[in-house]
Design a protein around this ligand. Structure first.
Ligand code: CTP
Ligand code: CA
Length: 228
Protein backbone atom coordinates (compact mmCIF):
# COMPACT_ATOMS: atom_id res chain seq x y z
CA UNK A 1 0.00 0.00 0.00
CA UNK A 2 1.29 3.43 -0.88
CA UNK A 3 0.18 6.24 1.39
CA UNK A 4 0.53 9.61 -0.21
CA UNK A 5 0.07 12.65 1.95
CA UNK A 6 -1.89 15.47 0.39
CA UNK A 7 -3.32 13.28 -2.35
CA UNK A 8 -6.92 12.56 -3.33
CA UNK A 9 -9.77 14.56 -4.82
CA UNK A 10 -10.41 16.38 -1.52
CA UNK A 11 -6.77 17.21 -0.77
CA UNK A 12 -6.48 20.74 0.57
CA UNK A 13 -10.18 20.84 1.49
CA UNK A 14 -11.53 21.25 5.01
CA UNK A 15 -14.79 19.40 5.70
CA UNK A 16 -16.80 19.62 8.90
CA UNK A 17 -18.95 16.68 10.01
CA UNK A 18 -21.36 16.52 12.97
CA UNK A 19 -22.29 13.10 14.29
CA UNK A 20 -23.93 11.15 17.09
CA UNK A 21 -26.66 12.22 19.49
CA UNK A 22 -26.54 15.13 21.86
CA UNK A 23 -27.25 14.58 25.55
CA UNK A 24 -29.31 17.21 27.34
CA UNK A 25 -29.00 16.93 31.12
CA UNK A 26 -32.00 16.56 33.45
CA UNK A 27 -29.69 16.46 36.46
CA UNK A 28 -26.05 15.34 36.85
CA UNK A 29 -26.99 11.65 36.40
CA UNK A 30 -29.84 11.79 33.85
CA UNK A 31 -30.33 13.11 30.34
CA UNK A 32 -32.63 13.09 27.32
CA UNK A 33 -31.29 12.16 23.90
CA UNK A 34 -32.16 10.89 20.42
CA UNK A 35 -31.42 7.37 19.29
CA UNK A 36 -28.20 7.51 17.28
CA UNK A 37 -25.20 5.20 17.20
CA UNK A 38 -23.08 7.70 15.29
CA UNK A 39 -22.33 5.01 12.69
CA UNK A 40 -23.39 6.99 9.59
CA UNK A 41 -21.58 10.20 10.59
CA UNK A 42 -18.46 8.27 11.52
CA UNK A 43 -18.45 6.45 8.17
CA UNK A 44 -18.87 9.76 6.32
CA UNK A 45 -15.95 11.35 8.16
CA UNK A 46 -13.76 8.33 7.36
CA UNK A 47 -14.75 8.40 3.68
CA UNK A 48 -13.98 12.13 3.40
CA UNK A 49 -10.61 11.52 5.07
CA UNK A 50 -9.90 8.72 2.59
CA UNK A 51 -10.42 11.19 -0.26
CA UNK A 52 -7.76 13.44 1.25
CA UNK A 53 -9.89 15.98 3.13
CA UNK A 54 -8.89 17.54 6.42
CA UNK A 55 -11.89 16.58 8.56
CA UNK A 56 -13.17 18.21 11.73
CA UNK A 57 -15.49 15.71 13.43
CA UNK A 58 -17.80 17.28 16.00
CA UNK A 59 -19.43 14.40 17.85
CA UNK A 60 -21.88 13.92 20.67
CA UNK A 61 -21.63 10.86 22.93
CA UNK A 62 -21.80 8.13 20.25
CA UNK A 63 -21.61 4.34 20.55
CA UNK A 64 -19.18 4.05 17.67
CA UNK A 65 -15.57 5.22 18.13
CA UNK A 66 -14.54 8.23 16.02
CA UNK A 67 -12.40 7.50 12.97
CA UNK A 68 -8.63 7.82 13.11
CA UNK A 69 -6.96 10.63 11.23
CA UNK A 70 -9.61 13.29 11.83
CA UNK A 71 -9.75 16.20 14.26
CA UNK A 72 -12.22 15.02 16.92
CA UNK A 73 -14.15 17.59 18.96
CA UNK A 74 -16.26 15.80 21.59
CA UNK A 75 -19.33 17.63 22.89
CA UNK A 76 -22.35 16.71 24.94
CA UNK A 77 -25.17 19.19 24.34
CA UNK A 78 -26.63 20.89 21.26
CA UNK A 79 -25.41 24.27 22.39
CA UNK A 80 -21.88 22.91 22.83
CA UNK A 81 -22.15 21.38 19.35
CA UNK A 82 -23.10 24.74 17.83
CA UNK A 83 -20.15 26.44 19.57
CA UNK A 84 -17.76 23.74 18.31
CA UNK A 85 -19.14 24.01 14.76
CA UNK A 86 -18.72 27.79 14.74
CA UNK A 87 -15.16 27.42 16.03
CA UNK A 88 -14.34 24.91 13.28
CA UNK A 89 -15.36 27.24 10.42
CA UNK A 90 -14.35 28.12 7.75
CA UNK A 91 -14.91 24.91 5.82
CA UNK A 92 -15.30 23.99 2.16
CA UNK A 93 -18.21 21.71 3.01
CA UNK A 94 -20.19 20.79 6.11
CA UNK A 95 -22.18 17.59 6.68
CA UNK A 96 -24.69 17.59 9.54
CA UNK A 97 -25.28 13.96 10.41
CA UNK A 98 -25.84 14.46 14.14
CA UNK A 99 -29.17 13.54 15.75
CA UNK A 100 -29.45 16.76 17.72
CA UNK A 101 -31.96 16.87 20.59
CA UNK A 102 -34.61 19.40 19.60
CA UNK A 103 -35.24 20.40 23.20
CA UNK A 104 -33.15 20.77 26.31
CA UNK A 105 -34.42 20.72 29.88
CA UNK A 106 -34.83 24.33 30.95
CA UNK A 107 -35.16 23.49 34.64
CA UNK A 108 -32.29 20.98 34.86
CA UNK A 109 -31.18 20.42 38.44
CA UNK A 110 -27.61 20.98 39.57
CA UNK A 111 -27.91 18.11 42.05
CA UNK A 112 -29.30 14.59 41.72
CA UNK A 113 -33.09 14.67 41.92
CA UNK A 114 -34.36 12.32 44.65
CA UNK A 115 -37.57 10.37 45.14
CA UNK A 116 -38.76 12.00 48.33
CA UNK A 117 -41.63 9.60 49.03
CA UNK A 118 -44.29 12.28 48.69
CA UNK A 119 -45.55 10.90 45.37
CA UNK A 120 -44.96 14.27 43.70
CA UNK A 121 -43.32 13.69 40.33
CA UNK A 122 -40.72 16.00 38.79
CA UNK A 123 -42.06 18.31 36.07
CA UNK A 124 -39.59 18.94 33.28
CA UNK A 125 -39.75 22.19 31.37
CA UNK A 126 -38.26 22.34 27.91
CA UNK A 127 -36.54 25.00 25.83
CA UNK A 128 -35.85 24.68 22.09
CA UNK A 129 -32.25 24.06 21.11
CA UNK A 130 -30.54 26.10 18.39
CA UNK A 131 -30.80 24.57 14.90
CA UNK A 132 -27.15 24.08 13.98
CA UNK A 133 -27.77 23.14 10.34
CA UNK A 134 -30.08 26.12 9.76
CA UNK A 135 -27.71 28.50 11.53
CA UNK A 136 -24.77 27.50 9.33
CA UNK A 137 -26.87 27.32 6.14
CA UNK A 138 -28.08 30.87 6.70
CA UNK A 139 -24.73 32.47 7.58
CA UNK A 140 -24.27 35.61 5.51
CA UNK A 141 -20.54 35.53 6.07
CA UNK A 142 -18.41 32.39 6.08
CA UNK A 143 -21.09 29.96 4.91
CA UNK A 144 -19.45 26.77 3.64
CA UNK A 145 -19.96 26.55 -0.15
CA UNK A 146 -21.65 23.15 0.29
CA UNK A 147 -23.94 22.43 3.25
CA UNK A 148 -25.46 18.96 3.60
CA UNK A 149 -28.21 18.05 6.07
CA UNK A 150 -30.01 14.84 6.93
CA UNK A 151 -33.69 14.14 7.34
CA UNK A 152 -34.72 10.97 9.11
CA UNK A 153 -38.46 10.65 8.65
CA UNK A 154 -41.08 8.02 9.39
CA UNK A 155 -43.71 9.10 6.85
CA UNK A 156 -44.02 11.20 3.69
CA UNK A 157 -40.23 11.12 3.50
CA UNK A 158 -39.77 13.04 0.23
CA UNK A 159 -42.23 15.79 1.05
CA UNK A 160 -40.88 16.33 4.56
CA UNK A 161 -37.27 16.27 3.38
CA UNK A 162 -37.90 18.66 0.49
CA UNK A 163 -39.63 21.09 2.83
CA UNK A 164 -36.79 20.71 5.34
CA UNK A 165 -34.20 21.60 2.70
CA UNK A 166 -36.07 24.78 1.80
CA UNK A 167 -36.75 25.76 5.41
CA UNK A 168 -33.17 25.32 6.56
CA UNK A 169 -31.48 26.65 3.45
CA UNK A 170 -28.97 23.83 3.00
CA UNK A 171 -27.79 22.65 -0.42
CA UNK A 172 -28.50 18.93 -0.08
CA UNK A 173 -30.67 16.86 2.20
CA UNK A 174 -29.88 13.17 2.67
CA UNK A 175 -33.30 11.73 3.43
CA UNK A 176 -34.08 8.33 4.84
CA UNK A 177 -37.11 6.41 6.01
CA UNK A 178 -36.56 5.31 9.59
CA UNK A 179 -40.03 3.88 10.24
CA UNK A 180 -39.73 0.68 12.32
CA UNK A 181 -40.72 -1.59 9.41
CA UNK A 182 -37.56 -0.62 7.46
CA UNK A 183 -35.25 -1.80 10.25
CA UNK A 184 -32.88 1.04 9.27
CA UNK A 185 -32.68 2.59 12.73
CA UNK A 186 -29.69 1.20 14.57
CA UNK A 187 -28.78 -1.17 11.73
CA UNK A 188 -25.76 -1.50 9.46
CA UNK A 189 -27.57 -0.49 6.30
CA UNK A 190 -29.21 2.66 5.05
CA UNK A 191 -31.42 3.57 2.08
CA UNK A 192 -31.19 7.27 1.25
CA UNK A 193 -32.48 9.79 -1.24
CA UNK A 194 -30.34 12.85 -2.00
CA UNK A 195 -32.40 15.98 -2.56
CA UNK A 196 -30.71 18.98 -4.14
CA UNK A 197 -31.79 22.00 -6.18
CA UNK A 198 -32.29 19.76 -9.24
CA UNK A 199 -34.45 17.06 -7.68
CA UNK A 200 -34.27 13.74 -5.88
CA UNK A 201 -31.84 10.86 -6.45
CA UNK A 202 -32.64 7.59 -4.67
CA UNK A 203 -29.87 5.13 -3.87
CA UNK A 204 -30.54 1.45 -3.26
CA UNK A 205 -30.28 0.07 0.25
CA UNK A 206 -26.62 -0.52 1.04
CA UNK A 207 -24.12 -0.65 3.88
CA UNK A 208 -23.70 2.66 5.76
CA UNK A 209 -20.03 2.66 4.77
CA UNK A 210 -21.05 2.44 1.09
CA UNK A 211 -23.50 5.34 1.54
CA UNK A 212 -20.59 7.27 3.05
CA UNK A 213 -18.22 6.44 0.19
CA UNK A 214 -20.75 7.56 -2.42
CA UNK A 215 -21.63 10.72 -0.52
CA UNK A 216 -17.95 11.68 -0.13
CA UNK A 217 -17.42 11.16 -3.87
CA UNK A 218 -20.48 13.30 -4.65
CA UNK A 219 -19.12 16.04 -2.39
CA UNK A 220 -15.74 15.93 -4.16
CA UNK A 221 -17.44 16.22 -7.55
CA UNK A 222 -19.59 19.13 -6.40
CA UNK A 223 -16.64 21.07 -4.96
CA UNK A 224 -14.69 20.50 -8.18
CA UNK A 225 -17.64 21.80 -10.20
CA UNK A 226 -17.76 24.92 -8.06
CA UNK A 227 -14.17 25.44 -9.15
CA UNK A 228 -13.16 27.01 -5.87
N1 CTP B 1 -30.19 19.61 13.07
C1 CTP B 1 -29.29 20.50 13.66
N2 CTP B 1 -29.63 21.12 14.82
C2 CTP B 1 -30.81 20.88 15.42
C3 CTP B 1 -31.72 19.96 14.84
C4 CTP B 1 -31.37 19.34 13.65
O1 CTP B 1 -28.22 20.73 13.11
N3 CTP B 1 -31.12 21.49 16.56
C5 CTP B 1 -29.83 19.01 11.78
C6 CTP B 1 -29.61 17.50 11.81
O2 CTP B 1 -28.25 17.21 12.07
C7 CTP B 1 -30.03 17.10 10.42
C8 CTP B 1 -31.10 18.10 10.06
O3 CTP B 1 -30.91 19.22 10.92
O4 CTP B 1 -28.98 17.27 9.49
C9 CTP B 1 -32.50 17.62 10.17
O5 CTP B 1 -32.75 17.18 11.47
P1 CTP B 1 -34.23 16.79 11.84
O6 CTP B 1 -34.29 16.39 13.27
O7 CTP B 1 -34.73 15.83 10.81
O8 CTP B 1 -34.96 18.19 11.57
P2 CTP B 1 -35.77 19.16 12.50
O9 CTP B 1 -35.67 20.52 11.88
O10 CTP B 1 -35.32 19.05 13.92
O11 CTP B 1 -37.27 18.69 12.33
P3 CTP B 1 -38.12 17.53 13.07
O12 CTP B 1 -39.23 18.26 13.71
O13 CTP B 1 -38.54 16.62 11.93
O14 CTP B 1 -37.23 16.83 14.06
CA1 CA C 1 -35.22 17.11 15.13
Amino acid sequence: IRLQLGAGPLAGRHVLVTSGPTHEPIDPVRYIANRSSGAQGTAIAAALRDLGARVTFVTGPAEVAPPAGVQVVAVETARQMLDAVRAALPADAAVFAAAVADWRVANAAGHKMKKDGSGILPALEFAENPDILATVSQLTEGRPPLVVGFAAETDDVLRHATEKRARKGCDWIVANDVSPATGIMGGRENAVTIIDAHGAESWPRMDKTEVATRLAARIATALDAKGQ
